[in-house]
Design a protein around this ligand. Structure first.
Ligand code: HEM
Length: 519
C-alpha cells in the first residue's frame, strides 16, 4: 500500500514537472523570446500598431478586408490599389510612416515601404546571408521543400550555381518552342467558343491553365496529358495550403486545421513520388543528348559539374521542380492576365503592340524567337503592368546577422516584410500620374520607368536573391501575348468586377471576363 502511494506521488510529481517544463517552454518561445526580439528592434525608434496576445495584429488585418468591387459602368476602374489590397498597411503607414513594426501572432515583423531604407539595409548583405522567415517555413515545406526559394547559406550558393546556367539565353530560346503548342491550343479553344456564340471568355482561368501546361513542359518536359496528374496534385496542394495558412505566427496554429495540414503533407509526398519516378526514368534513359526542359538541364548541370558539393541530389531536383511550378506559373499567368485587362481598357496600346509585332516579327507563321527582344513597346507594357499589378505583392526576409542602417542596428533574426505594392504606387517615387497606365514611362528608362529611386521598382525582388526565372517569364510573356494579339482583339466585359486581391499572389478576385473577337 505504502509503495503504491509512493509511486502515485512520484507520478504526480513527474506530471507536474512535465507540465511546468511545457508551460515554461511555451512562455519562453511565445512570449519572452518575441518580446526580447521586439525590444531590440524597437530600440531603433520604430513605431507600430499595438499587438494583442496571441494574435498580434492579425485580428485587425482580417477585419479590414475592405472588399470594394468596382465595375466598368459605375465609378470606373481605379489602379490605386494599395489601400484595397493592404488596407491595414495603408492605414498603419499614415500613423507610423513607411518603416514600422507589426505582429503576425507572436512574431514581430519589420514592415518596409521605404526604398532608401531598403537600399541601405540590403547593400552590405550577400545573397547567401539572407534568410526567409522561419515562421513561414512549415506552411511552405510541401510546396517548395528545400528548393531555391527556401534554402539559405552555402546550400543556396550551391543551388543557385547549378540553376542559373539553366536559364541562359540559348536554353530559354529552346524552351520558347515548348510554349507555342499550349498557347495555340488555348487560342483554338477561344476561336471555338466565339464561333459557338460565346465571345465572353474568362481569360484568367484560361491563362492560368495554359501557364500550368507551359511550366510542366519547360520544367519537367511533360506534355499536358502525361503531366496532368502532377499538375492536378500541385494545384490541389496550393489550394489546401492556402486555406490552412491563415494564422501564421499564432502559437499552435498548425494544429488548427489538422485535416488540411495532413492533406497537404500527403499531397506533397505523392508529388515527390511522381517527380522522383520521372527523374529516375530520365536518368535511366538519358543518352547524353541535349534536352530543352529545366529538369534535364539541371540533371546535366549536376552530371557535368559532378564535384562533391556542387551537384543537386534527386530529392533536391524534385524540390526545384516544385519551386519552378509554384514560383513560376501563376506569377507569369497573372502578369499576362492583368496585361489583358489593361490592354482591353486601352485599345490604342493593343494597336500599338500589334503594329510593333508586324514590324519586328513579321507575318511568318512561326515566331523567330531571336526577334522577341526587338518588341520594345511590349517590354514597356510588361513593366508597367508589373508596376501597377505586381503578381508578387511583397518580398520577405529574415536577417541572419546584425545589419547596420546608418546609426540603427537591425538585429539578427528580424523578420522583414517588404511591401512592393506600396512602393509601386508611391507618388513620392513616381509622380502624380502614379496610378495611371503609362507604359511610355519605361521608354527612356527601361529598367526603372523614371522611378526616383532604384529600389522603388521591385517586381522580381532585389539583391542576390532576385528572381532567377525573370527572363523565362519575359520570354513566355512575349510569346503568349504575340500569339494572342495576332489572332484576337478584346474589350472588357460589362460583367467584369474590379477587385484585385491577395490570394498568395495578386489576382482578380472574380476572374477576368473579356469580350474577345477574332481579327
Ligand atoms: C511574373 C513572373 C514572376 C514574378 C513576378 C516573380 C517574382 C519573384 C520574386 C518577388 C522573388 C523573390 C525575390 C526576393 O526575395 O528578392 C522570386 C524569386 C524566385 N523566383 Fe520568381 N517570379 C516570376 C517568375 C518566375 C519563374 C517563371 C520562375 C521559374 C520557372 C521563378 C522562380 C523563382 C525562384 C527559384 C526564386 C528564388 C530565387 C532565390 O531565392 O535565389 N520565378 N520571384
Amino acid at each position: 500500500m505504502g509503495f503504491f502511494k509512493l509511486s502515485q506521488t512520484f507520478l504526480s510529481l513527474a506530471m507536474l514537472t512535465f507540465l511546468l517544463y511545457f508551460f515554461l517552454r511555451l512562455l519562453f518561445s511565445c512570449w519572452i523570446l518575441p518580446i526580447r526580439a521586439y525590444r531590440k528592434i524597437k530600440k531603433n525608434g520604430f513605431g507600430g500598431p499595438a499587438p494583442s496576445f496571441p494574435l498580434g495584429n492579425i485580428r485587425e488585418m482580417k477585419s479590414n478586408k475592405n472588399i470594394n468591387d468596382s465595375s466598368l459602368g459605375s465609378s470606373g476602374i481605379s489602379h490605386d490599389i494599395h489601400s484595397t489590397v493592404f488596407p491595414y498597411f495603408a492605414r498603419w503607414q499614415k500613423s507610423h510612416g513607411k518603416v514600422f513594426i507589426y505582429w503576425l501572432g507572436t512574431e514581430p515583423f519589420l514592415y518596409i515601404a521605404e526604398p532608401e531604407f531598403l537600399k541601405k539595409m540590403s547593400s552590405g548583405v550577400l545573397g547567401k546571408s539572407w534568410g526567409k522567415p522561419n515562421v513561414f517555413k512549415h506552411d511552405r515545406e510541401p510546396m517548395f521543400g528545400s528548393g531555391l526559394v527556401m534554402v539559405e547559406g552555402d546550400d543556396w550558393v550551391r543551388h543557385r550555381h547549378v540553376i542559373t546556367p539553366a536559364f541562359s539565353p540559348a536554353n530559354l530560346k529552346a524552351m520558347a518552342s515548348l510554349m507555342v503548342a499550349p498557347a495555340t491550343k488555348m487560342l483554338d479553344r477561344w476561336a471555338t467558343l466565339i464561333n459557338s456564340g460565346k465571345p465572353e471568355i474568362d481569360v484568367e482561368r484560361e491563362i492560368i491553365k495554359t501557364a500550368g501546361e507551359i511550366i510542366a513542359r519547360t520544367s519537367f518536359g511533360l506534355s499536358y496529358e502525361s503531366g496532368s496528374k502532377v499538375l492536378e496534385k500541385l494545384r490541389a496542394t496550393q489550394i489546401t495550403l492556402f486555406n490552412s495558412n491563415r494564422y501564421v505566427g499564432v502559437p499552435f496554429s498548425k494544429f488548427m486545421c489538422p485535416k488540411k495540414n495532413l492533406e497537404a503533407k500527403k499531397l506533397g509526398k505523392e508529388i515527390d513520388q511522381l517527380l522522383l519516378s520521372i527523374i529516375d526514368a530520365r536518368q535511366k534513359s538519358w543518352d547524353g543528348s541535349p534536352q530543352k526542359d529545366l529538369l534535364s538541364l539541371l540533371m546535366q548541370g549536376s552530371h557535368v559539374d559532378g564535384r562533391v558539393g556542387k551537384s543537386l541530389t534527386a530529392t533536391e531536383l524534385v524540390d526545384e521542380c516544385k519551386t519552378f511550378f509554384f514560383g513560376g506559373h501563376e506569377t507569369t499567368a497573372l502578369a499576362l492576365t492583368w496585361t489583358l485587362l489593361l490592354l482591353a481598357m486601352h485599345p490604342d496600346w493593343q494597336n500599338q503592340l500589334r503594329e510593333e509585332i508586324r514590324e519586328v516579327i513579321g507575318d511568318d507563321e512561326e515566331i523567330d524567337f531571336t526577334k522577341l527582344a526587338g518588341l520594345k513597346k511590349m517590354g514597356w507594357v510588361m513593366n508597367e503592368v508589373l508596376r501597377l499589378y505586381s503578381p508578387a505583392p511583397n518580398a520577405q526576409r529574415q536577417s541572419r546577422e546584425d545589419i547596420k542602417v546608418d546609426d540603427l542596428v537591425i538585429p539578427n533574426g528580424t523578420n522583414m516584410w517588404i511591401d512592393v505594392v506600396a512602393m509601386h504606387h508611391d507618388p513620392a517615387m513616381w509622380g502624380d500620374d502614379v496610378n495611371e497606365f503609362r507604359p511610355e514611362r519605361f521608354k527612356d528608362d527601361h529598367l526603372y520607368g523614371g522611378c526616383k529611386h532604384k529600389m522603388g521598382f521591385l517586381p522580381f525582388g532585389f539583391g542576390g536573391r532576385m528572381c532567377v526565372g525573370r527572363n523565362l517569364t519575359m520570354m513566355e510573356y512575349k510569346v503568349v501575348l504575340t500569339l494572342i494579339l495576332t489572332r484576337f482583339s478584346f474589350s472588357p466585359s460589362p460583367s467584369y468586377r474590379h477587385s484585385p486581391s491577395i490570394l498568395l499572389s495578386l489576382r482578380p478576385r472574380h476572374g477576368l471576363p473579356l469580350i474577345v473577337q477574332p481579327l
